[in-house]
Design a protein around this ligand. Structure first.
Ligand SMILES: Nc1nc2c(ncn2[C@@H]2O[C@H](COP(=O)(O)OP(=O)(O)O)[C@@H](O)[C@H]2O)c(=O)[nH]1
Ligand SMILES: [Mg+2]
Length: 428
């Protein structure tokens, strides 16, 4: 699962990236955080309580465990996550973020750092466009003073750039595509487009969805060999929406005027996206204060509280700074960042969380580690699909699975539910 941060310069992409990945790097020491400075891992709170809550309830009921003491740093959690954390049964799951710099006019033709930009983009499952909701910078990112630039224009520019990129990929083989349509009809069209787009993450089902939306949008289409540039551009837009769902962080919301992002929200939502107002620099300041031990600020929280260390250790200026951020949070309902990424994962990418284990009774791995992994899988994924997500050998050797909650044996095609605990039995 990989989400790209895109947008013109100076809108807050790197701030968003630093805020969302920094603490993660610290907590998990995740190996690929260091491979590339613009790729990192963020940890999102799972929607449902970690199944370790059930383990604790069972053990307490059996008299094998005292209830958690009020000074328990894990607030009752019993699991042992290999990555991320679990406090108070709030489990976090890893999502890779990429700071995709280099959007300039002509990026789709490789202008500027365009080629790097396109390579980074190609591997993403979804995109977040960070826009300057305060309208304080021009299209090249030069500071202009609030309200001097239109966020809708910023968004239109990006979606055009993306559509031109995809159209370029389609057009490269268009004559060949047309011959396939002449020989095989609609099937040929789907196969041709899918083969053109697999390199950037396009699948057959994405292409089919895009084509059907494209047909709904364009009456009297005629045959593909008659589709002019404008029609192919419309197709490219639909393909882009399917392959790269785009949501918007209306950033610098803290300094934007009320209503500054309303027009853009309408546009983004009409294209199937989500827009939330965000304040990346507030999130960054809060993560840093939390890391220093001054505040309690769990991921995704809408507010924070001073710790004892904070009460005694903060100087006047720091205290005032945090107070000012508190006022912003109140107005905006949080910094918006974790909520935006979480909603993209759940609603746009339709992911649920599954907990693979080796021991279906104790919910442990081979080393006795309790609920070591929380994996994001597509809603509708099967038990065998989960096996493949863990390891291809486990998928290839799949025999059956066991539902850890009920103890029932389930087959390869059994569809998983959110928060399932699953043991996979495979030939080795
Ligand atoms: N007021 C305000 N400024 C922000 C916010 N996020 C980022 N900035 C500032 O915007 C400028 C550009 O940020 P940066 O992350 O480097 O933008 P990038 O070029 O898109 O990566 C920096 O001065 C940030 O401190 C925000 O939420 N509110
Ligand atoms: Mg940057």
């Amino acid at each position: 699962m990989r989400i790209g941060l895109v947008g013109k310069p100076n809108v807050g992409k790197s701030t968003t990236f630093a805020a969302l990945t920094e603490s993660a790097v610290e907590i998990a020491n995740y190996p690929f955080t260091t491979i590339d400075p613009n790729v990192g891992v963020t940890f999102l709170p799972a929607e449902a309580s970690c199944p370790c809550k059930i383990l604790r309830e069972k053990r307490e009921a059996d008299g094998r465990l005292e209830s958690a003491s009020s000074d328990d740093a894990r607030a009752g959690s019993l699991c042992e996550p290999r990555t991320g954390t679990c406090i108070g049964h709030c489990r976090t799951v890893p999502v890779t973020l990429v700071d995709v710099a280099g959007l300039v006019p002509g990026a789709h033709e490789g202008k500027g750092r365009g080629n790097q930009f396109l390579n980074d983009l190609a591997q993403c499952d979804a995109l977040i466009q960070v826009v300057d909701a305060s309208g304080g910078t021009d299209i090249e990112g030069n500071p202009m003073g609030p309200g001097s630039c239109d966020p809708v224009e910023e968004h239109t520019f990006l979606v055009e750039e993306l559509a031109m990129w995809i159209q370029g990929i389609l057009d490269t083989g268009w004559a060949r595509g047309v011959r396939r349509v002449q020989a095989e009809g609609e099937r040929g069209l789907i196969d041709f487009i899918t083969s053109q787009l697999t390199g950037i993450g396009g699948s057959e089902s994405m292409v089919m969805n895009a084509i059907s939306a494209f047909k709904n949008d364009n009456e009297n289409l005629g045959v593909p060999w008659d589709w002019n540039d404008e029609v192919r551009k419309s197709l490219a837009h639909h393909l882009r929406r399917a392959v790269f769902p785009l949501c918007v962080a209306a950033n610098k919301a803290d300094v934007a005027e009320a209503g500054a992002w309303d027009a853009l929200a309408v546009k983004v939502e009409s294209e199937g996206g989500i827009l939330l107002p965000t304040s990346a620099d507030s999130e960054l300041a809060l993560r840093r204060a939390a890391k220093a031990g001054f505040i309690d600020y769990p991921p995704g929280a809408q507010n924070f509280s001073l710790t004892e260390t904070g009460e005694t250790g903060l100087n006047e200026a720091q205290r005032n700074g945090l107070e000012a951020i508190g006022v912003r949070l109140e107005r905006l309902g949080g910094t918006g960042l974790v909520e935006l990424v979480s909603r993209i994962v759940r609603e746009r990418l339709d992911r649920i969380v599954a907990y693979p284990v080796q021991d279906e009774g104790h919910w442990t791995d081979g080393d006795g580690r309790v609920l070591p992994d929380a994996l994001l899988v597509q809603r509708g994924a099967t038990a065998k699909g989960l096996a493949y997500a863990v390891h291809s050998d486990l998928g290839d050797g799949f025999i059956r699975a066991v539902d850890g909650r009920t103890g029932r044996v389930i087959g390869a095609e059994h569809e998983l539910n959110d928060n399932d605990v699953i043991k996979i039995v495979a030939k080795t």
